[in-house]
Design a protein around this ligand. Structure first.
Ligand code: MRU
Length: 364
């Protein structure tokens, strides 16, 4: 996607041929700052602190982290130790484990002196695959928006609600849930996006609203709790969200609050669609509610919030009384029965074992 007319990917290899360059997402939307990650420890820290985030992107950056580790020490012991260290940084999105496994498989049979090059090549392939996958997700989601647009009186927008950030900055490019929206806007469709602010870290306010604004897509930021009201009053035509892990039976882990949106959508007859790349599928898990590990993050993300002061400085301020204890589960699981369908790079399917098997027979 473009920033000020210049095409960018969310991760690229530095000119030194070794480090990777990312956008520091903790600085957005106030500043577009690149950050160089020179080694696997810097990659791990950037993922943990959410300077890079979004399921597909942490997979891609984690893959480069493992390549950097191999450049330093190509032994199998270091490969396994570094993969385990990177994998522990964030537990819910399965894309990280998927990408690290892909690197391990790609390098294991090479002699030590060839392993780092093989890992960099595989990480680049993961990035290219993500870009093409997300472009296709856009193509397969677009007809859903076209169908709604065809039923609308002239001049009325297709109104989409989204949660968290499943845009280009959460992936290598194009995004997942936002990909069909970008394609719809680019073909001239009248779309309007309700953007959940997504407390506690405000990925909707800071990232999705910034992305959509930069691309010229009409949108309005809403408090997380507004979605039910908007749906009740017929102001949402469809919900599009991304996901961090989809189980064999179609359960969906995504940013905390997604489940409540799915409940409200069900109660109001609003279609609730989930966009995912193949790297987000975890066929080893059946019952998402019981089996997907839910990341518990620091309570300070709830008691505090970060923003820009009138003098331009970025500051974190406390919003809860001193001494308040906070809990911070970062994800929830939406059971498959609340999901209208899944949008993948291979097409759309029911959120069920049979649906997923129809698109991914080799994984079934
Ligand atoms: O904690 P985050 O910001 O990494 O969580 C991101 C989400 O939950 C996204 O919706 C998900 O990763 C899909 S990204 C295409």
């Amino acid at each position: 996607m473009k920033i000020n007319g210049v095409p960018h990917r969310s991760v690229r290899v530095h000119d030194d041929g070794r480090s990777v360059v990312i956008f520091d997402q903790t600085r957005l939307p106030w500043a577009v700052e690149e950050l160089v990650l020179p080694d696997e420890d810097a990659v791990a820290e950037a993922i943990r602190s959410m300077k890079v985030r979004g399921a597909p992107l942490i997979g891609a950056v984690g893959a480069y982290g493992l390549a950097m580790a191999l450049r330093r020490d190509p032994s199998v012991e270091n490969l396994e130790r570094s993969a385990a260290m990177l994998n522990e940084t964030r537990p819910t999105a399965v894309n990280l484990r998927w990408a690290l496994d892909r690197i391990c498989t790609a390098v294991r049979n090479h002699p030590p002196e060839r392993r780092a090059d093989a890992a960099y090549a595989e990480a680049a392939a993961i990035c290219d695959d993500d870009v093409e996958t997300n472009r296709k997700i856009g193509e397969h989601g677009l007809p859903l928006l076209r169908e709604i647009a065809a039923r609308k009186p002239p001049g009325e927008p297709v109104r989409i609600l989204t949660h968290c950030n499943a845009g280009w900055i959460a992936t290598v490019d194009f995004g997942t849930a936002l990909s069909p929206i970008y394609q719809a806007h680019d073909e001239g469709m009248n779309v309007h996006v309700w953007v959940d602010e997504t407390r506690p870290r405000n990925q909707g306010a800071a990232l999705t609203a910034w992305e959509l604004g930069a691309h010229g897509v009409p949108h309005a930021l809403v408090a997380d709790n507004a979605g039910g009201h908007l749906m009740q009053h017929g102001m949402v035509d469809i919900v599009f969200v991304g996901t961090d892990r989809v189980t064999r039976n179609g359960d969906v882990a995504n940013k905390i609050g997604t489940y409540l949106k799915a409940l409200a959508a069900k109660d109001n007859g609003v279609p609730f669609w989930v966009a995912l790349p193949h790297s987000t599928l975890d066929m080893s898990v059946r019952d998402g509610v019981r089996e997907i590990p839910i990341e518990e993050r620091s309570g300070t993300e709830v008691t505090d919030t970060t923003g820009r002061l009138p003098d331009g400085t970025i500051a974190t301020v406390r919003v809860a009384a001193e001494g308040t204890v906070a809990a911070n589960p970062a994800f929830d699981v939406t059971p498959a029965r609340l999901v209208t369908g899944l949008i993948t790079e291979r097409g759309r399917c029911e959120a069920s074992e049979a649906g997923l098997a129809s698109l991914y027979p080799e994984k079934a």
